[in-house]
Design a protein around this ligand. Structure first.
Ligand SMILES: *[C@@H]1O[C@H](CO)[C@@H](O)[C@H](O)[C@H]1NC(C)=O
Ligand SMILES: *[C@@H]1O[C@H](CO)[C@@H](O)[C@H](O)[C@H]1NC(C)=O
Ligand SMILES: *[C@@H]1O[C@H](CO)[C@@H](O)[C@H](O)[C@H]1NC(C)=O
Ligand SMILES: *[C@@H]1O[C@H](CO)[C@@H](O)[C@H](O)[C@H]1NC(C)=O
Ligand SMILES: *[C@@H]1O[C@H](CO)[C@@H](O)[C@H](O)[C@H]1NC(C)=O
Ligand SMILES: *[C@@H]1O[C@H](CO)[C@@H](O)[C@H](O)[C@H]1NC(C)=O
Ligand SMILES: *[C@@H]1O[C@H](CO)[C@@H](O)[C@H](O)[C@H]1NC(C)=O
Ligand SMILES: *[C@@H]1O[C@H](CO)[C@@H](O)[C@H](O)[C@H]1NC(C)=O
Ligand SMILES: *[C@@H]1O[C@H](CO)[C@@H](O)[C@H](O)[C@H]1NC(C)=O
Length: 876
């Protein structure tokens, strides 16, 4: 009999029962109850202040002796001694309970102080980091109430931070607890020794130096934070590891390692058992009856120590996890219980999946034996106008749109993502290359991770793998990107050290690294499991071909993929003439080079890239000519803040995205969709057909289609029918002369009619057409509605050049406009502004319901001389 059948008595006997647990108990899901531990969000009701001058005399160098011990659980060698004297604090007013923080800003986490700021367009400021005020010292304060029972029972009290930018250091009740410098990793701090009954003051300091990143890093506690309370004997932080060594249609073997931590002084004898359930994807909870059980092991754990126990079982007729759309992302959840003398001390849940990954040097990735070409994108961690502050719905929307394009894989360039990003990938069925570092020993910018690398790389890497290794979506670990030392002996030795660590922590997945220069004769290439090529595979710039063949012949037993490809750049809806006849062209300011250095735009014909890069078409050709290559991770799926190549001196966000910063699709979206979703009937035509100053001028027309043949019509008259050649990925009518009216395209596939598309020459702007991504949102103060506005003519067609100034307003109901955007990389209007110009006819407002609100929220968009538009969003 499982202890769980005694649920009622156990519940009554528990000293600490959370509200959430009571609610769960009320719904009586009899199995898989979480007992003995409480994990509550501590995101709300913080006070915050940013300082541009150091307000406290502290620095990482001063704090380091008290922070370094946080690395100890992850170090294989010598541990850091915790100093016997208390850390700085008694002289820091911000950490004192008595400090009056009422004048500070009231904020909820996740929080990015910089994203709401002004853009700095001064001449000496580069757009590389996005022009937002991310530098400085930030202090956060919050009151935590801890019950007498918790203290009396000697519970362990932890602060779990999913990510804080950067060099986070925490104090409780004036005493220095510890910290974690790398801003993209999650970490746990033990508050127990400093906690007391009643009110406790938690203070967190973050420190963001200039030149700390190559892109926009964000600033502040930008991910979720949790307070975890557990009995002294509990499953350790990220303390489970599940593997599925053998899988057949009839059964899958499951191996589980559980690390049990005992923070009490006395040794404890406990039983550890685990039940396995199917996971309900939406609620992330166990569903139905247990499908397998790892029977109890008895374990004696000495005081103040950790001990691991292994167990195994089998799941009959396993429902496999596999990438959408051809496979289904089924998941399971392991519910581990630690009990003593029949009383549950802790319950710990580990979602996981059952699937095989094969790394085939001649075919690429096979999931569950089925070849899956990698149609991937790289993405930075920011969420457009919301900045780096993590938001579940914003992340989900990003992945939904990528999936609509046929994107089946994500690279977390160049750092650990929010944990929820991986949960979304698990649930939605995308493969993930989980990446940890952008620098190793040598700097890319002065204050980047190279400063921390010698002391922290092992701890960061092991903690990252332990956090993420149970996610079925992760098919590969990336230990780095475009390292300065990639081609020399230092790089080889570092790669070996890091890869060995990964193999120790998770031998089931292959390791890769993004190499933009290291060639087939380098030590790094010989060392690494998977050859990861940034741009060099397909051939950079005007190079006719690249290095796929050389790597494949040198390493016939290694899989190869493009860890980074394309880097095509464009401004949505902006077309620049003349158009190159090349398949791929290096962007410049001259005729046919696609750039407009006066207005800082790059042509959306989707043919232009920086000198190291290539158009999608060229990448596709090289992938097709080298079919052993597993696929590509395009730079980038979404535009991001910072790196506005080639206009770093004048813009603030990137031109690389297939989808712009606001979430509007560039033409390129359809070029990828045509290749990645060959069974979806679609055709897309560019440019738009409203060119008052181009009458009689050559205006090339390009068509992206999943069909294989197309005929173009101009005002009903055929401009010619074309078949796609073997290495053609678009159909081009480069000699079309512009005349107003209608262009349309009809496409065929295998001789049958397939899809069509058209554009009409539009009239003057007349109205605003307002739409929303979802008519209903949660009234939890976090869920978001994305409200899009198109400037339309009298017939309702988008006016492609419209840049009317639009004002957004919540005219009724319990909602607020959080930010606005339009996808223009040059736009200097702060993100929270309620007024924003349309860019190429479109603008966006992000709307949130007030916390705890319900009812209809009416959002209106107005612009001078145009009929206003409205949309209703219901919060529930
Ligand atoms: C507090 O003490 C630390 C050394 O313990 C010192 O570095 C720092 O400058 C002091 N801060 C203030 C505000 O006096
Ligand atoms: C555990 O031992 C330490 C050091 O001997 C002591 O300070 C602490 O109070 C003990 N904890 C408990 C819960 O007894
Ligand atoms: C326990 O499991 C881990 C991870 O699967 C493995 O590395 C280790 O060797 C196992 N230990 C024992 C004693 O079987
Ligand atoms: C379990 O029972 C044993 C023997 O009766 C006792 O020594 C031990 O303290 C009990 N453990 C707990 C956690 O109550
Ligand atoms: C390796 O490359 C780095 C970065 O260019 C350089 O600083 C370092 O000196 C090189 N090391 C060796 C051993 O050549
Ligand atoms: C087009 O390709 C040719 C041949 O590779 C090259 O010389 C020319 O510079 C290319 N044009 C652009 C704009 O890249
Ligand atoms: C940008 O500005 C820097 C420094 O002022 C200058 O060196 C560089 O040439 C400029 N780049 C462009 C593309 O104008
Ligand atoms: C376009 O016109 C030019 C000049 O008339 C000609 O050289 C070229 O072959 C034409 N291209 C196509 C694709 O018809
Ligand atoms: C205008 O709004 C309607 C929904 O109200 C939508 O179906 C249509 O696509 C929109 N048109 C444009 C051009 O955005």
């Amino acid at each position: 009999m499982s202890f769980l059948s005694k649920c009622g008595t156990v519940l009554a006997g528990l000293l600490l029962v959370s509200k959430m647990q009571s609610e769960a108990a009320a719904t009586m899901r009899p199995r898989a109850e979480v007992l003995g531990r409480e994990r509550v969000s501590v995101n709300d009701d913080w006070r915050f202040q940013r300082f541009t001058e150091n307000p406290d005399g502290l620095s990482y160098d001063i704090l380091k002796p008290w922070i370094l011990p946080a690395a100890n659980p992850y170090l294989s060698g010598t541990k850091h001694e915790k100093p016997s004297e208390p850390g700085p604090g008694s002289n820091i007013t911000f950490v004192q309970s008595g400090f009056d923080d009422k004048a500070w800003d009231a904020v909820d986490l996740p929080h990015d102080w910089a994203a709401t700021g002004e853009f700095d367009f001064s001449e000496d400021v580069s757009g590389g980091t996005g022009r937002l005020p991310f530098t400085g010292i930030g202090w956060y304060r919050k009151s935590l109430t801890i019950s007498e029972e918790t203290i009396q029972a000697g519970k362990s009290i932890y602060l779990d931070v999913d990510g804080a930018m950067a060099y986070a250091t925490a104090w409780l009740n004036g005493e220095l607890v510890g910290g974690w410098p790398y801003p993209y990793n999650s970490f746990r701090l033990d508050l127990t020794p400093y906690a007391k009954t009643g009110d406790n003051v938690l203070a967190i300091r973050v420190d963001n130096a200039p030149e700390s990143a190559r892109w926009y890093p964000g600033a502040g506690i930008y991910r979720n934070t949790w307070l975890v309370t557990a009995n002294p004997v509990h499953v350790g932080y990220h303390g489970t590891y599940i593997t599925t060594p053998t899988i057949s249609a009839e059964q899958a073997s499951i191996q589980l390692k559980v690390e049990v931590e005992n923070t009490g002084n006395a040794s404890q004898t406990v039983q550890v058992e685990t039940e396995i359930f199917e996971l309900d994807s939406a609620s992330r909870k166990a569903t139905g009856q247990a499908v397998a059980k790892i029977s109890a092991s008895t374990l004696s754990v000495s005081g103040n120590s950790k001990q691991s126990v292994n167990g195994s079982t089998t799941v009959a007729n396993p429902k496999l996890w596999g990438p959408a759309p051809k496979q289904t992302p089924n998941e399971y959840i392991a519910v581990t219980t630690i009990s003593s003398n029949g009383t549950a001390l802790d319950t710990y849940e580990t979602p996981f999946g059952i699937r095989t990954v094969t790394y085939d040097p001649n075919q690429g990735i096979l999931i569950n034996g089925q070849h899956v070409p990698v149609y991937g994108t790289c993405n930075h961690h920011d969420l457009g106008s919301l900045g780096a502050a993590f938001n579940y719905r914003a992340a989900e929307r990003q992945i939904e749109m990528l999936q609509e394009m046929g994107n089946n894989a994500l690279r977390t360039s160049h750092n650990p993502p929010a944990p929820e990003w991986l949960e979304l990938a698990d649930k939605m069925g995308l493969m993930v290359m989980d990446e940890i570092f952008d620098t190793w020993n040598y700097a890319k910018v002065d204050n980047d991770f190279h400063l921390l690398f010698p002391e922290w790389s092992e701890a960061d890497l092991r903690s990252f793998i332990r956090r993420d290794r149970n996610h079925p979506s992760i098919i590969s670990w990336s230990i780095g990107n475009e390292l300065a030392e990639q081609s020399n002996a230092t790089g080889t030795a570092t790669a070996k050290r890091l890869q060995d660590i990964v193999h120790e922590e998770d031998p089931t997945k292959h390791v890769t690294v993004g190499m933009n220069n290291a060639g087939p004769t380098t030590g790094l290439a010989a060392e690494i499991d998977i050859i990861g090529l940034n741009y060099q595979g397909e051939g950079k710039g005007n190079a006719a071909s690249g290095s796929f063949a050389a790597f494949h012949s040198k390493f016939p037993d290694k899989m190869i993929w493009s860890t980074e490809s394309a880097s095509t750049i464009s401004s949505r809806g902006v077309y620049i003439f003349p158009v190159t006849s090349n398949k791929s062209a290096i962007v410049g300011g001259g005729p046919g080079e696609g750039g407009d250095p006066i207005n800082n735009h790059v042509s959306a014909y989707e043919l232009y890239a920086p000198e190291w890069a290539a158009s999608p078409d060229k990448v596709f050709e090289q992938q097709d000519r080298h079919p052993y290559v597993a696929g590509e991770f395009v730079w980038t799926g979404w535009d991001y803040i910072g790196e506005p190549t080639p206009y770093d001196n004048s813009s603030r966000s990137s031109y690389f995205g297939i989808i712009d910063l606001a979430g509007f699709k560039k033409d390129r979206f359809y070029l990828y969709q045509a290749r990645w979703r060959p069974d979806l009937p679609m055709a897309h035509i560019l440019p738009h057909w409203t060119w008052p100053d181009r009458e009689g001028k050559v205006t090339p027309v390009h068509v992206f289609t999943s069909g294989d043949e197309a005929e173009l019509f101009i005002n009903g008259k055929s401009a010619g029918r074309q078949k796609r050649g073997q290495y053609d990925y678009r159909l081009r009518w480069d000699n079309v002369t512009y005349t107003p009216g209608e262009i349309s395209v009809k496409t065929w596939k295998n001789g049958a009619e397939w899809a069509s598309a058209s554009h009409r020459t539009v009239g003057a702007a007349a109205a605003l057409n307002v739409t929303v991504d979802r008519a209903k949102i949660d009234g939890d103060g976090k869920d978001l509605a994305f409200v899009s506005v198109a400037v339309v003519d009298e017939k309702g067609d988008t006016v492609p050049a419209a840049d009317n100034e639009i004002t957004f307003e919540v005219v009724s109901g319990p909602g607020e406009i959080v930010t606005t955007d339009n996808g223009d990389p040059r736009d200097g209007t702060p993100f929270p502004s309620k007024t924003r110009k349309a860019f190429s006819g479109l603008a966006l407002a992000i709307v949130r319901a007030e916390k705890g609100a319900s009812g209809e929220i009416v959002v209106e968009a107005k612009a001078e001389g145009l009929v206003a538009g409205k949309v209703t969003v219901t919060a529930a």
